[in-house]
Design a protein around this ligand. Structure first.
Ligand code: CP
Length: 317
């Protein structure tokens, strides 16, 4: 593997899930792979799970880790070509990214979208700058348009907890007071539509349809209650509109997942990438119930990151 930004980078995603679950049984058995290797984790935005799970994944493989909060600790970066740099930016990405690659064998990058300009965000300017300018493998730690390490962990979690061969997985939009990126639901759609092992349905209010590049003809059901019927997994997430880019179209929280809605399902497991706003996205009683597997899901962030780093380190040998 040379990079990791989408499900296709894993090859056969369902085989990758099986291999990752095998690896999870003995996470410290391949420490030789990371010997004398350094994984840089570059954060333009905040993180709890991605930061800690990626560090631990790298350590499990015996690799050194450098973490940098570029957004707060680095020089303000310039991305435009040909610009006269007499403003607030102090360093161009054309130097900053390749310099980071001098110290790191793999670079992980987290960079959120601005949610102002859809074409700009979906061009993945920052992530692609690292891919094009560094010459080292780049791992998305959540980009402007996707969160593949989260989605891979989600698919691993579904495989671990499923009770039927091909479970019904429902991605449901939920209201949120802030305009959120489409990265997590896009990544989830990428993985669910790539896997052969899930029956995938998206439910959202009209106007919240996600980018077709990620949903790829997946069934969209505008009635949330109908979508939830018979679900084996309910994955809730807030996101802003793709069509009316970055906007909040619906301000109430009547799409929140509560025990009444969970009662429509096939005794479904509740999933969320976290962090989650209680009693906005999901009610306390669902989140605190045995149906919730959000902690197990977060644990699998370590497994997804370790699998990706492992495959890249093997390719570097
Ligand atoms: N789910 C997730 O990526 O969490 P963080 O933003 O805390 O890393």
């Amino acid at each position: 593997m040379k990079k990791f930004t989408c499900a296709a980078d894993l090859g056969d995603v369902d085989i990758a899930v099986q291999k990752a679950l095998e690896m999870k049984k003995s996470p410290y058995s391949e420490k030789h792979l990371g010997e004398n290797k350094t994984i840089g984790l570059i954060f333009f935005n905040s993180s709890l799970r991605t930061r800690l799970s990626s560090q631990r994944a790298a350590q499990n493989l015996g690799a050194n880790v450098i973490v940098m909060n570029v957004g707060t600790d680095g020089w303000a970066l310039e991305y435009e070509d040909g610009v006269i740099m007499e403003g607030s930016t102090a360093e161009h990405i054309r130097e900053a990214a390749p310099v980071m690659a001098q110290y790191c064998d793999i670079l992980g990058v987290r960079s959120f979208p601005g949610l102002k300009d859809r074409d700009f965000d979906y061009s993945e300017r920052i992530l692609n700058s690292f891919i094009n300018l560094t010459g080292v493998p780049v791992v998305s730690l959540e980009s402007a348009t996707s969160h593949p390490l989260q989605a891979f962990a989600d698919l691993i979690t579904i495989e671990e907890h499923k009770k039927v061969e091909r479970p019904k997985v429902v991605l449901t939009w939920a209201g949120h007071p802030r305009a959120l990126p489409q990265s997590v639901p896009n990544g989830f759609c990428d993985f669910m539509t790539t896997s052969r092992n899930v029956d995938f349905v998206i439910t959202c209010p009209e106007g919240y349809e996600l980018c077709e590049d990620f949903t790829r003809g997946a069934r969209i059901e505008y009635c949330q209650e109908k979508a939830l019927e018979g679900a084996d997994f309910v994955y809730a997430k807030g996101w802003s509109s793709y069509r009316h880019y970055g906007q909040i179209l619906k301000k109430d929280y009547d799409w929140m997942i509560d025990s009444k809605k969970m009662a429509l399902t096939n005794n479904a497991k509740f999933m969320h990438c976290l962090p989650v706003r209680r009693n906005v996205i999901v009610s306390d009683d669902v989140l605190d119930s045995p149906s919730s597997i959000v902690i197990q899901e977060a644990k699998n962030r370590e497994t997804s990151a370790q699998y990706v780093f492992r495959e890249i380190l093997k390719a570097l040998k």
